[in-house]
Design a protein around this ligand. Structure first.
Ligand code: PHE
Length: 474
């Protein structure tokens, strides 16, 4: 049982690793676009409230369950429920979810790496051209890129918790912060940048509708990597003298600060490219923004800083997002890895090769579903249109199932493991916890309104995505 003995070397190492998981494509692209479309400062306010009122208690509970048991979701739910089969099944969804999320997150990470490689080799103009993205996602060359990304993941994870996950986060996260700040400074010097900043920050409360509120909560949940078993698994590697509630707060603050800062990078860039742009016209998906819209913006910079300058800016951006994606991907894959090690007795090496092989095959299918193979491209019909294999995995596992897992966690912690046990675990490493208002708030909210709200979000998302019908009347 080697994993149980593996630990992060310090509180900072743990916080950086958890922040590495949380900070991803959702922060760097998804958040700025959502904010711009949905009322700027008004969206920021709603989102910020959700992070602290709803997500933070869930995050604290996940970490506590992990540290208490030293296990991933299946082992943790079983250990704290006297081996109850139903809770074991809930834990299993908590391991299956990241396994499937890894599939599509890998596809996007591979694209990012491919874009980085093409930009560095002087092909930014190709990527910005009309045919660029469409040809790129159907190129056989992607499978070579996929092999390289799989090797990078394997290289990090095979080294284990301290020498792999923690070390990667300690190198990539500070690099990411520096690159992000440099990009913001650069972007703010562009013409018309302030129009973007204004659009991002000035509140427009008329845009806040029930469906925007639903979306803000899904975004917050996803952004903090909740409902994926990740913080349970990472929690299983924290030392007993770590103050969980405070660490969780720092992770949430870092994640939110990065999302906010990313808005100061993306929106001024978009507005300087096209001062007349209406953010409502930006596509809903982060994917098309990164891969089709941003390359055009970068290329347009060549008039002021030349083609090489523009390529350097683009490459820095892709490297930044690639780092964010790798530290997230590592955390996603660690959950099933830890499951195979602790439940099935695999060595870390064997667990990794099993996973990279199985998830790898599904990733290949997902990659083929953008036109290369029609079986995967036209996989299934629902909500009035045809969806590819990638779409199905994305729709089920990206944001739909996360609130359901969050709901199960709230019930589990409050009514099966019980609140006094949660308090006891959280008081370890935090002398003043018991009796504090944080304790009262965490225990009250997890047992009452948080499960009700996340269940509502789950049901509404299912109705919208799979049946084309919104329970909120939108
Ligand atoms: N939180 C990451 C983001 O904001 C994505 C992610 C989700 C990572 C779930 C791990 C698990 O992009």
């Amino acid at each position: 049982m080697s994993t149980q003995k593996e630990h992060f070397s310090s509180r900072l190492g743990f916080i950086l690793a958890a922040a590495g998981s949380a900070v991803g494509i959702g922060n760097l692209v998804g958040f700025p676009v959502n904010a711009a479309k949905n009322g700027g400062g008004a969206f920021l306010l709603v989102y910020g409230l959700f992070i602290f009122i709803i997500c933070l208690p869930v995050m604290i509970a996940e970490m506590a369950v992990g540290r208490k048991t030293g296990k991933q979701p299946v082992g943790a739910y079983k250990a704290l429920s006297n081996n109850d089969k139903l809770w074991g099944a809930a834990g299993f969804i908590g391991v299956l979810t990241p396994f499937m999320v890894a599939v599509f997150y890998m596809v996007i990470t591979v694209w990012l790496f491919g874009y980085l490689a093409l930009t560095v080799t002087g092909n930014l103009d190709y990527l910005a051209s009309e045919k660029g993205f469409g040809e790129f996602i159907n190129s056989p060359y992607l499978f070579a890129v996929m092999a390289v990304v799989a090797l990078i993941i394997n290289f990090i994870l095979v080294a284990g918790v301290k020498d792999g996950i923690e070390k990667a986060a300690k190198i990539m996260m500070p690099a990411l912060f520096v690159m992000l700040i440099l990009m913001v400074i650069f972007v703010l010097t562009l013409d018309n940048a302030m129009a973007g900043v204004k659009f991002f920050i000035i509140p427009d409360f008329s845009k806040i509708t029930p469906s925007v509120i639903n979306g803000a909560l899904s975004q917050a949940f996803f952004s903090l990597s909740l409902g994926m078993g990740i913080l349970i698994t990472y929690g299983s590697y924290i030392n007993r003298d770590t103050n969980i509630a405070n660490s969780a707060k720092l992770v949430a603050i870092t994640d939110t600060a990065v999302a906010f800062t990313a808005g100061l990078m993306i929106l001024p860039a978009v507005f300087s490219f096209d001062p007349a742009i209406n953010p409502d016209d930006l596509s809903d998906s982060s994917v098309s923004l990164i891969f089709t819209f941003l390359p055009k913006i970068f290329l347009a910079l060549q008039t002021s800083i030349g083609y090489i300058g523009a390529s350097i800016v683009a490459a820095s951006f892709f490297l930044l997002v690639f780092f964010a994606a790798i530290t997230s991907l590592v955390s996603i894959i660690e959950v099933p890895v830890s499951y195979l090690i602790t439940e099935k007795g695999h060595t870390r090496k064997k667990a990794l090769s099993t996973l990279l092989m199985t998830a790898g095959i599904l990733t290949v299918f997902a990659t083929l579903s953008f036109g290369m193979v029609s079986f995967f491209t036209e996989f299934v019909d629902y909500a009035g249109s045809t969806h590819s294999f990638f779409d199905v995995v994305y729709d089920i596992f990206y944001d739909t199932i996360l609130p359901l897992n969050g709901f199960l966690l709230c019930l589990f912690v409050s009514y099966r493991w019980k609140k006094h046990n949660l308090s006891k675990e959280l008081s370890i490493g935090s002398d003043g916890y018991v009796g504090s208002w944080v304790e009262k708030y965490v225990n009250f909210s997890l047992g009452t309104f948080i499960p009700v709200i996340v269940l509502g979000v789950f049901l509404n998302t299912v109705a919208q995505k799979f049946f084309g019908y919104s329970l909120l009347g939108f």
